[in-house]
Write a protein that binds this ligand. Structure first.
Ligand SMILES: Cc1cc2nc3c(=O)[nH]c(=O)nc-3n(C[C@H](O)[C@H](O)[C@H](O)COP(=O)(O)OP(=O)(O)OC[C@H]3O[C@@H](n4cnc5c(N)ncnc54)[C@H](O)[C@@H]3O)c2cc1C
Length: 807
């Protein structure tokens, strides 16, 4: 056979794979190409006959569904059932709980960018914006975070009352129950703004609006329960908490040892009330010390078979007024110098009537499913918003401080070393805010984004951790010395809280993102699992056969596309942009294809053991995460109207993401246990090696400057944060000092020249200003302006000192 013939045949197969041809098209291609190739090879007639027979059998078996199922799919299904990862009931319920959105497109290997771009721009309603501009603004202004976290270790009574009176606890509660009925986007915006002022206030407000009694009642409560509690929760007459975690069940929350035994007892003067005697020991419970309504998760048992023949009924949720005899609340933990209310709760043999169970008797045993179904919404909002709010403050202040503060006669922000840190803060913030918004909008569309919520929770809190570290470095000693004028230290101290809660980050990265994503968001795997689990053999085989061959076509296609996109730099991919974003859409399509391919190969080679290979799973999750964050960044840039001034932020966010994607691929390939497969994968994914670099020094320089250049981009970066106008406040003074710095620098340069030439003799800056005025270098208004600038700078640079530390 000539080289030309071989290449032509390969090209035909590659084209079939590239365009995801149907099984039928493949069979026709085989029917034509194999005889042609055989004749072209001039083999003997005998051999030719064997080839025709083999081809005939092959085409008949694969072309006739009944035969294919009997001779092929049956065996694959049996093998699949053997290697299928064993899912516990809690894992199964977690998988079933979520919905699939944009991550499904990323897993498809060929994201349809138009779908992303067609999503509406984020927009708050007038009422929501009014609440942010008024109630939230007022609450922020009321809070003195130093007083809260150092002296009172609690919000002030006035702040508590304001929160309750103004519906902050009822943002997710419908208006018919007296709640604000805000969108997830508004809820996220409120938490973001509060977090830019006080972590304590943000946590206090976000918890009742997250996974807790209100959310659970709304979805599963009986009408009586809704009527009894929702209005009181919305009006702040009840303070809720939700207790799942205990000393012996943290990340493995499904293993809670807390129990409830079904029995009859006397309750509230009534005889023989059917209920549950519950014993629990919980810890880390936010708002528990001040809660009036305790949401509780426990395992319910019915040993006397009062309800049914089944003794162990599973995780059950109840709402228990904390004044119920036997309920212990009130003690406090002290989470990293934060002053939000958090503490343990215990109860021993506390009797609760059946109607305390959320959803009533019918909901017994459905607790885990209920929690998983509701988790995604809260996890999509609270922690991404609080991390982003804190970094808005860090970015705005770091930029301003680095411009106002000078060393070696140069603003520290202009030193290349500091520029690197500033660029990371701003770049990370741009991406975090984009991801926060896109994810909140998914919740508003009714999605329960279980995979995306884990991505955005993990990456916003991790990027927050990196950015707050950078902000501390930029501020030098100013960030270290605590006191009312230190606006960073509490965020720095409290950062690990967000990392730990709602799924601790190591677990989230290693187990959840890819682990759930691969099954939940993959176009075929969940269908294959469902087919394999079907006990009706014929139906299972039919469905499995259908999905499996589509899956094979999908994988082969991704393999071919991976190579072609890598060789062409994905320039052939049609994307909805001709501007500055075009190369990014193309690059992301390339990596999405490669990701879909490597995900399949990993599952094929490692099967159920992939679950235990957490380091590989984490890196695969990193690829998916960066694809999502990069998508969100592109969407944000488009929604903002593609401002030219923001392009450095777009480039930073995308280049950083693409570089991280390649690093994650490289990590998977280096550590892939099956080496020949790893070599094959590397040859397809990186045929000419890696090509991405982290953002360049030049780009970092441009991004850093955006943090201190007064203008629309700086405002967009920190939009939605609380910005005090009072110059007596540290942040207010810093903002004023930045404006003043730009205004006064030309005059200061004039005075500096006069000092250098010996016309001004004084050493003290304030006296130099007077001398400059006397010499006519500046007028009296300018002299006043320069003196104010001096005072502002001093206020910004100084740190707090105390006559005495400690009690
Ligand atoms: C301030 C604060 C507020 C909280 N509020 C509440 C609340 O209101 N209600 C409530 O019910 N709970 C609450 N929690 C509990 C929180 O959800 C848990 O702390 C969290 O689930 C982790 O459990 P743990 O602390 O026991 O850590 P552990 O489960 O002991 O984990 C320790 C480490 O092991 C890692 N790890 C565990 N399993 C795996 C795995 N399979 N793979 C990889 N890594 C793993 C974790 O990521 C973590 O890094 C709160 C916690 C804190 C600190």
């Amino acid at each position: 056979m000539s080289i030309f013939t071989i290449l032509t045949i390969l090209a035909i197969f590659a084209a079939l794979a590239f365009f995801r041809a149907s099984l039928f098209s493949w069979l026709i291609a085989f029917a034509v190409i194999v005889p042609f190739a055989a004749i072209d090879s001039r083999i003997s007639d005998n051999t030719l006959q064997y080839i025709y027979v083999a081809l005939g059998i092959f085409l008949t078996v694969f072309g006739l569904p009944h035969l294919r199922r009997y001779f092929v799919s049956r065996f694959i299904l049996n093998f699949f059932r053997k290697v299928l990862p064993q899912l516990s009931q809690t894992e199964q319920e977690a998988l079933d709980a979520g919905t699939v959105g944009w991550e499904g497109e990323l897993f498809s290997g060929y994201p349809h960018w138009q779908q992303l771009l067609a999503l509406p721009k984020p927009q708050l309603s007038r009422e929501e914006q009014h609440f942010l501009d008024n109630e939230v603004e007022q609450l922020c202004a009321m809070i003195d975070d130093w007083q809260v976290t150092h002296h009172d270790l609690d919000l002030s009574p006035a702040s508590w009352q304001f929160i309750k009176d103004n519906g902050f606890f009822g943002m997710i509660i419908p208006k018919e129950y007296g709640g604000l009925q805000f969108s997830a986007l508004a809820h996220s915006a409120v938490v973001t703004k509060l977090a830019s002022r006080s972590g304590t206030a943000a946590v206090t407000v976000m918890v009742p609006n997250s996974l807790g009694p209100a959310e659970l009642l709304l979805h599963y409560g009986t009408q009586t329960q809704k009527d009894q509690y929702l209005r009181r929760l919305a009006e702040g007459k009840e303070v809720p908490c939700f207790a799942l975690t205990g000393p012996f069940a943290g990340s493995d929350a499904g293993a809670i040892p807390d129990v409830g035994i079904v029995e009859y007892a006397d309750f509230n003067g009534e005889k023989n009330v059917l209920g549950v005697r519950v014993t629990w020991e919980k810890r880390y419970i936010t708002l528990a010390p001040v809660a009036t309504l305790l949401g509780l998760a426990f395992k319910l048992y019915d040993p006397k078979h009062i309800l049914s023949d089944v003794e162990a009924r599973g995780i059950t949720l109840a709402l228990i007024p904390t004044n119920t005899p036997g309920v212990e609340v009130g003690h406090r933990h002290f989470p990293l110098n934060s002053a939000f209310q958090n503490g343990p709760t215990t109860g021993k043999d506390v009797f609760i009537p059946m109607d305390y169970i959320i959803g009533g008797q019918d909901s017994i045993g459905h607790g885990w499913k209920m929690l998983m179904e509701c988790l995604a919404a809260g996890r999509s909002i609270s922690l991404p918003a609080s991390a982003t709010g804190a970094i808005k403050l860090a970015c705005r202040t770091s930029g301003a401080y680095s411009r106002v503060r000078k060393q070696f006669h140069v603003p520290v922000g202009k030193f290349e070393g500091v520029e690197e840190a500033l660029a990371r803060i701003a770049g990370n913030l741009y991406v975090m805010d984009a991801a926060r918004t896109l994810t909140a909008q998914a919740v508003d569309r009714g999605e329960k984004p279980s995979v995306i919520s884990a991505i955005v929770k993990y990456h916003c809190t991790e990027r927050g951790r990196s950015a707050i570290n950078d902000a501390m470095d930029v501020h030098g000693g100013k960030g270290i010395c605590m006191g009312p004028d230190n606006y960073l230290a509490r965020s720095y101290q409290q950062t690990p809280i967000g990392i730990t809660v709602e799924g601790a980050n190591i677990l989230t990265r290693s187990l959840i993102i890819f682990g759930q994503g691969a099954i939940r968001a993959h176009p075929f795997v969940l269908k294959e699992i469902h087919a394999a689990a079907d006990t009706n053999h014929d139906r299972a085989l039919r469905e499995f056969d259908d999905v499996f061959f589509s899956h094979v076509g999908f994988s082969v296609s991704n393999a071919v596309r991976t190579l072609i996109f890598a060789l062409t730099g994905a320039r052939i991919v049609n994307v909805p942009s001709n501007g500055v974003t075009r190369i990014y859409y193309q690059a992301l399509t390339r990596y999405a294809t490669a990701f879909a391919f490597i995900a399949d190969m990993s599952m094929l080679v490692l099967g159920g053991s992939l679950k235990r290979r957490e380091k590989l799973s984490a890196r695969l999750g990193d690829i998916l995460s960066q694809l999502y964050l990069a998508s969100a960044t592109l969407k944000r840039f488009e929604d903002d109207g593609r401002p030219i001034e923001d392009e450095p932020l777009l480039h930073w966010g995308l280049q950083d993401a693409l570089n991280r994607i390649e690093t994650a691929f490289d990590g998977v390939l280096q550590n892939f246990p099956n080496r020949p497969i790893a070599w094959l994968l590397r040859a397809l994914i990186f045929p000419v090696g890696r090509c991405r670099q982290p953002p360049s020094d030049k780009l970092s320089h441009q991004v850093a400057a955006l943090t201190y250049q007064i203008g629309a981009t700086r405002d967009r970066l920190s939009a939605g944060m609380y910005l005090p106008s009072d110059e007596q406040e540290a942040v207010g003074a810093l903002e004023a000092a930045l404006i003043s710095t730009y205004a006064c620098e030309p005059m200061q340069m004039e005075l500096a020249k006069a000092v250098k030439s010996g016309r001004i003799l004084a050493r003290d800056e304030l006296v130099q200003i007077d001398e400059g005025r006397a010499l006519g270098l500046i007028n009296s208004d300018e002299a006043l302006q320069l003196k104010r600038d001096y005072q502002l700078r001093r206020k910004v640079i100084m740190v707090d000192d105390f006559v005495k530390l400690g009690p």
